[in-house]
Design a protein around this ligand. Sequence first.
Ligand code: NAD
Length: 434
Amino acid sequence: MPSNDVAAVVGDLRELFRSGVTKPVAWRRAQLTGLRALLTEKQDVFLDALYADLRKNAVEAKRAEIMLVRNEIDHTLENLDSWLSPEPADLPRAVRPGDGRVVREPLGVALIIGPWNYPLQLVLAPLVGALAAGNCAVVKPSELSPSTSAAIAEHLPNYVEGVRVVEGAVPETTALLEQKFDTIFYTGNGTVGRIVMTAAAKHLTPVTLELGGKSPAIVEPGADLAVTAQRLAYGKFANAGQTCVAPDYVLAIGDTGTKLAQHLAETVQSMFGEDPATSDHYGRIISTRHHDRLAALLDNGTAVVGGQADRDEKYIAPTVLTGVSPDAPVMKDEIFGPILPIIEVPDLDAALAFVNERDKPLALYAFTESDETKRRIETETSSGGLVFGAAIIHLAVPDLPFGGVGESGMGRYHGRYSIDNFSHVRAVLDKPLG
Ligand code: NAD
């Protein structure tokens, strides 16, 4: 799309926003209901697109891409009135008499830039917040998931007002970023996050950056290792490891490493059978470039399960590596694929030091029965989210804020946090003249 067309798209939305139609709660509810209808009526179109892009199976796609957004919509519809009602503020004696309140007003026109790994959810979930807060939005799905991008572009505008879809890659995103938006919501990697933030700075536009990083999972002796293995494997191998909050690596304390590796091998077999390449439940890597990047990491340790790659199929087997050095390439950048290295550490102190010496992760997981360990992890580390006893499922809880800290991002959304993210929280003071 030429850049003057992009300017026209943004201009149209700005005009619509200025007309005031998006402000009434009834308009917002109508858009959310429209989004819900889109997910119901076009579910099969999206499932086919997700299969074409990522060989995402229907069960996983329904759960992570359709239901998650539908739940977000329902939760928002249920609570919108209370979230939007003005909050009274106490006035200090010197300012009385008068009335103080906090109101949430829409920002204007939002830009939502999505990634390819959950290409539907990560465009629509932020959009729920943008619309519920009374904004218009331009949506830019990832070009690396072209089928889902095309399905969004074809159908979304038929179900909601105030939303335009711009498809494309770097040139289109660059043209969009030259425009003035009132807020930008970007999900993806930190390199592009910096490009987005630099462009936003020119217009003093606030940004939400939903980034990634290496999310550790600490496993302590005494934890039920069979259950731990199941929950880790679910979090790691869903979507073939291409999940921003997938456990990136395990810090196995004491003697848990070898036993956990064995449980993980058994779990992988029970999830995907003897040969995961033939399983309907196992996905593929998004591109040959990412396949090759991951294939080069497979020999960074001893594979207790997996280790195979097939370039033509963009297949990387669900792999668990032991004997991995903390300096190995697999421990450098976010893996973002189905390879789970296990690093052995002597005790909790060493595990905490390992986490704190690195960038603040998007998620931190711990499997332990000890309340004291939980307390220490909560108070002695920082991460976007912290989950004990499970992996990745916190993003399905609409009452919990979802977002990163430091290198894993800034800002948060889901549920009422999305309303705040896409609103200006305005102070109103009304003092009688008499
Ligand atoms: P991606 O390559 O699809 O990029 C995201 C978006 O940025 C795309 O729409 C793309 O067109 C645009 N883009 C790419 N290069 C650009 C450039 N030079 N200028 C302007 N725009 C550009 O996605 P990705 O970054 O490969 O996604 C993987 C990363 O995203 C991982 O680090 C992962 O952890 C992170 N992620 C985070 C979350 C979260 O919710 N925090 C969710 C999913 C993925």
